[in-house]
Design a protein around this ligand. Structure first.
Ligand code: SF4
Length: 64
């Protein structure tokens, strides 16, 4: 699975990095999130799915 954060939608709520700290990093400049790696390791997939569900802006896109 691959993941990315839509910068147009992300509002920097930080929820994703709290839920999946190994998969999302926050910008020091504006607090926006980005994926640490576009390929999600299997052992992080459930946390990433939870982040997708929790993002208030639906900014996290998870694809095959
Ligand atoms: S939870 Fe959503 S809006 Fe908040 S930082 Fe993460 S991707 Fe951005």
């Amino acid at each position: 699975m691959k993941v990315w954060v839509d910068p147009e939608r992300c509002q920097g709520h930080t929820l994703c990095s709290m839920i999946a700290p190994n998969s999302f990093q926050l910008s020091d400049i504006d607090g926006s999130s980005s994926a640490v790696s576009d390929v999600v390791p299997d052992d992080q997939l459930e946390q990433v799915r939870e982040a997708v569900r929790s993002c208030p802006e639906q900014a996290i896109i998870l694809t095959d």
